[in-house]
Write a new protein. Structure first.
Length: 254
């Protein structure tokens, strides 16, 4: 069976990956870009810039669906959204431009080490202490760095921004919903920058499969985020972040 001239059996695994990655991303505020970019670069052998471009094209659709779902579920903090939006877009443009000119893998080990530490800290905080919620103070610089790393590394907005906001004490479900909503505008900005720099990537094969699976899972992730307790959110985010970062470090050293 064909979809737009593409053999269905060939994209089913990517539909499953897109579904699982977006389900985790929608519920925990991270993982879609990290998982899909790792697949495109590590398994399919795409150049980092092309892989990042395709991931962000897919995210234009998945984050739109996820953002609307989080809005309907009451998971978005309007003030936090506005504080993240412009810095995140500015960082994304800068990262996309630099990725087409330099090898961004130079900073990858440092970022992975940082994320692994954040993951372990959040896991310990969720297991050992009752979460104490407070307003996040360092937001604009965080958005700038998160946007830059997301474009340069093909994923990283969620792990960097979500984890740091949780460390600062912001409410977990509002962090996840807001970070997902801002990511839609970030994905549009980064995709437009990549199109200007290296042209339009064909929406076919793996990219189409990731798109179908991601859109299907987005509403489920928003519902899950609303139902999880703050402590459970910290434990789940810490576990996911530690696991993905540890795998990234192992892959980089292998």
């Amino acid at each position: 069976m064909d979809i737009f001239g593409i053999e269905l059996a060939g994209i089913v695994p990517f539909i499953a990956i897109g579904f699982a990655a977006q389900l985790v991303d929608g519920a925990l505020g991270m993982a879609f870009g990290v998982i899909t970019n790792t697949l495109l670069v590590g398994v399919l052998g795409l150049p980092p810039a092309q892989a990042s471009q395709r991931v962000h094209v897919v995210e234009c659709f998945t984050t739109a669906t996820s953002g609307i779902s989080h809005l309907l579920s009451g998971n978005i903090d309007r003030a936090l959204f506005l504080r993240l939006l412009i810095p995140g877009m500015a960082g994304g443009i800068t990262g996309a431009y630099l990725l087409t000119a330099i090898d961004a893998s130079i900073v990858e080990p440092v970022v992975l080490a940082y994320l692994a530490v954040m993951g372990l800290y959040l896991l310990a905080r969720g297991l050992l202490y009752p979460p104490r919620l407070r307003e996040a103070k360092h937001v604009a610089p965080l958005g700038l760095v998160g946007g830059f790393l997301d474009a340069a590394g093909g994923g990283g907005w969620g792990p960097v921004v979500t984890s740091n906001l949780l460390v600062q004490g912001a409410e977990p479900r509002k962090v996840v919903g807001t970070v997902n909503a801002v990511e839609f505008f970030l994905a549009l900005t980064i995709s437009a920058t990549f199109v200007f720099q290296i042209g339009i990537a064909d929406l076919a094969g793996a990219t189409l499969g990731l798109l179908i699976g991601g859109i299907a899972a987005a509403p489920l992730g928003a519902v899950a985020a609303r139902r999880f307790s703050p402590r459970l959110m910290l434990v789940l985010v810490g576990t996911a972040l530690s696991a993905t970062s540890a795998y990234g470090i192992w892959a980089a050293l292998a």
